[in-house]
Structure formats: structure tokens, C-alpha cells
Write a protein that binds this ligand. Structure first.
Ligand code: PMP
Length: 388
């Protein structure tokens, strides 16, 4: 027995051996010449992965929530108006963070769980007020809902709001062209489609976001998050100079540089296409097995994860059974439907055989749970797409 399951949750994910080797190497000084060069290269590669050639990247120790906190701390001043396009749990979180820094937050809610607010509703909200910024959760990991990011960002740009995207469950998996789509700030965390163990908050701020920061009248209300401290550090690493504000997570940054190199070697368009194809195969299996999904329609569904409802007579015990059969899956997260569904991440270095192994483990778990289906029907549905 191999004694190791596939980690198929929506982050952290399975990492490549090269990334894990970088995590295990001897730690260098944060001002060693080779580390300075690697940090600078990672910053440049981030611009390419976010498809934002004129952006300013920030790499800071912390999780995705810190990246959200950094965005709000630096862009919001007390009394600013902010609009949240709400698709679930992580949009709620962004609203809370914005309010913590003094924003007056308006939310456009999705009509139901598993849906996204209609574009017309977002446009009407933007026209009804003057917003300093709007936030969009590209993929809400609680519901597996993916939004029409390009159209939403265009609405924000047209109405003069800074467009801020929570791309924690999307960047380097779901299609996003930060600069071309008019996204002023995109953020993510290392442990998802970027493919590095948890611990890095990653942001790329475009020129309009940096300008809004420079024009602030009040100081940033968070010492650790303040771009005034971090911008000179990022600029120093970009220029190949040593600098210090807070000790960077050296091994994570070595690993980040390796992973970004692998992402770019695959190519962004090829990577987006692979995520679409694997997602389509996995979702076809779920449908063939008779399970419904949380997103209300296929064009609302993300490609980085899938959120199936448990079928009649089956509940969270499925997760333990799938785990014993080799795949670690995640339970529900949205508080209103938490016990009714589960989540499967398929992003980053995930392969077609990981997808098939996971479907096999789900079929075994369903069978042990007494669910009636034709064994292999999910696998066949996925294979019919994967072999095309
Ligand atoms: N936003 C989204 C869309 C997420 O999926 C997550 C994490 N699942 C976060 C924010 C928060 O990231 P972290 O858990 O790394 O703080």
C-alpha cells in the first residue's frame, strides 16, 4: 500500500516534486545574492502569470486573507464607498474587511446560493453611487461559483471604480487577463493554482491602484500591511539590491519562483485550457453519477473546483469513505447548505489520472454508502472527454 492519498481539496493542493524540493533546501540569507536574484525573478514572473505587464507585484508572508486585508488597508480611507459583488462566503469576508478600514459597503447579492448577481444589477448599483472601489470574488470557493469577470471588471472601469479581484481560487487556473480586462488589483495565495505550500499572500497592483494609494490623505491603518513599507522592498528585489522590512519566507519564495517557472513553461492559455478540460471531465462524471452541483448552471461553474450535492440517502460520511479509497475531499463551507454538499479541488499541477483516481474513490465511497448506480459510469463519462 502506498499509504498516501491524493489531496483533492480546493487548496492546499498537490505540489510538484520540484516545488517541494525547493521547500526542503538549506535556507539562505534573505540578502544573499542568489536569493535576491530569485526574489526579483519571482516578481517578474508574477507579472506574467497575472498577465499584468505594468503591475507592481507584492509577495508577503501570510495567507489569502492577508492579501485581502492588504488590499483594503492600502486602498480604503475612512468614509470611502465600496461595492461588493457578493457570490458567497469569501465575498462576505471582503465586505467585513473593507468595513474594518472604515469603508461604507454596499453589496449586490446573488439571487440564490450558487448564482452570481446579474450584470444589470451590478451596473445599476454602480450608477446609483460613486464608488472608490468594487470587489469581485472570481471564484467563490464556498459554492464553486465563477463569475463573468471580464464583463464585471468592464462595468467597474466604465463607472470609474477601482476593480479589485479576489483571485485566491482562480489565479493561474481560471482565465484572467488582469491588464487587458481592466483589473486594478488582483490577489491570491500560494496554496492554490499557483502551486506552492500555504504561506504567501500575492498581489499585483496596476497603475490606477498604485496612484490611488499614493494619493491617500490618511495613513494606512495597519503597520504590517502598509505599502509604504513594502513597496521599497519589492523595488529593491526587482533592482537586485538587498533590503529589509520584515524577514521574507525565504524557502517559500524559492519554491514560488520554481512554481511560477513551471506555470509559464506550460503557458497561460494552455494552462487555462487544461483546467477547463479537466473540470469538464470531472463535472461530466458527477452528472453521470446523478449528483447535482451547487452552481445553478454550467456557465456559473468554476473550473478550479466542483461542488456536488450529496445524493439522496448519502451525507458527509462519503468523505471518510472516499479518503479510505485514496482521495481527500472537502466538506461544504457555505453556512446555509454546509451539510448538503462537498467540494473537490482540481487545480494547479492536477493531471487527468488524478481526476480519474478521484472519481474512482468517489464511486467507491458512494457504493459503500448504499447509493445505487452503475459502477464505472462516472469514470466512463470523464474518459469520454479525456480521450477526445
Ligand atoms: N478568498 C477565496 C476565494 C478563498 O478561496 C480563500 C481560501 N479558501 C480565501 C479568500 C482566504 O484565503 P486563506 O485561507 O489563504 O486566508
Amino acid at each position: 500500500m502506498k499509504g498516501r492519498q491524493l489531496l483533492m481539496i480546493p487548496g492546499p493542493i498537490e505540489f510538484t516534486p520540484e516545488v517541494l524540493r525547493a521547500m526542503g533546501m538549506s535556507t539562505t540569507s534573505h540578502v544573499a545574492p542568489d536569493f535576491i536574484q530569485v526574489f526579483g525573478q519571482a516578481l517578474e514572473q508574477l507579472r506574467q502569470v497575472f498577465l499584468c505587464p505594468h503591475g507592481q507585484p507584492f509577495v508577503i508572508a501570510g495567507s489569502g486573507t492577508l492579501a485581502m486585508d492588504i488590499a483594503a488597508a492600502n486602498l480604503i480611507e475612512p468614509g470611502d464607498q465600496a461595492l461588493v459583488v457578493n457570490t458567497g462566503y469569501f465575498s462576505d469576508r471582503f465586505a467585513t474587511i473593507l468595513e474594518r478600514y472604515g469603508a461604507a459597503v454596499t453589496q449586490v447579492q446573488a439571487p440564490s446560493i450558487g448564482d452570481a448577481p446579474p450584470l444589470e444589477a451590478v451596473e445599476a448599483a454602480l450608477k446609483a453611487n460613486t464608488y472608490k472601489l468594487m470587489t469581485i470574488t472570481h471564484v467563490d470557493t464556498s459554492t464553486a461559483v465563477g463569475v463573468d469577470l471580464q464583463s464585471l471588471a468592464a462595468l467597474g472601469q466604465n463607472q470609474g471604480a477601482l476593480v479589485v479581484v479576489d483571485g485566491v481560487c482562480s489565479v493561474a487556473g481560471e482565465e484572467m487577463h488582469q491588464e487587458a480586462w481592466g483589473i486594478d488589483l488582483a490577489l491570491t495565495a500560494s496554496q492554490k493554482a499557483i502551486g506552492v505550500p500555504p504561506g504567501l499572500a500575492l498581489l499585483v497592483a496596476g497603475p490606477r491602484a498604485m496612484e490611488a494609494f499614493r494619493r491617500r490623505k490618511s495613513p494606512v491603518g495597519n503597520y504590517y500591511a502598509d505599502w509604504k513599507e513594502w513597496l521599497p522592498i519589492m523595488e529593491a528585489y526587482q533592482a537586485g539590491r538587498p533590503s529589509y522590512f520584515g524577514t521574507p519566507p525565504v524557502n517559500l519564495i524559492w519554491a514560488l519562483n520554481v512554481s511560477l517557472g513551471q506555470v509559464l513553461e506550460e503557458g497561460m492559455e494552455a494552462r487555462f485550457a487544461r483546467h477547463r478540460r479537466l473540470s469538464e471531465a470531472f463535472k461530466a462524471a458527477i452528472t453521470a453519477l446523478g449528483l447535482k452541483q451547487v452552481p445553478v448552471s454550467p456557465n456559473r461553474a468554476a473550473t478550479t473546483l466542483t461542488a456536488p450535492y450529496y445524493p439522496q440517502g448519502v451525507g458527509p460520511e462519503l468523505l471518510g469513505r472516499a479518503n479510505a479509497a485514496g482521495a481527500i475531499l472537502a466538506g461544504g463551507l457555505h453556512p446555509a447548505i454546509k451539510g448538503q454538499y462537498f467540494r473537490v479541488g482540481h487545480m494547479g499541477a492536477v493531471s487527468a489520472s488524478d481526476i480519474l483516481a478521484t472519481i474512482g474513490a468517489i464511486e467507491q465511497g458512494l457504493a459503500q454508502s448504499g447509493y445505487k448506480f452503475e459502477p464505472g459510469i462516472g469514470l466512463a463519462a470523464a474518459q469520454s472527454i479525456l480521450t477526445q
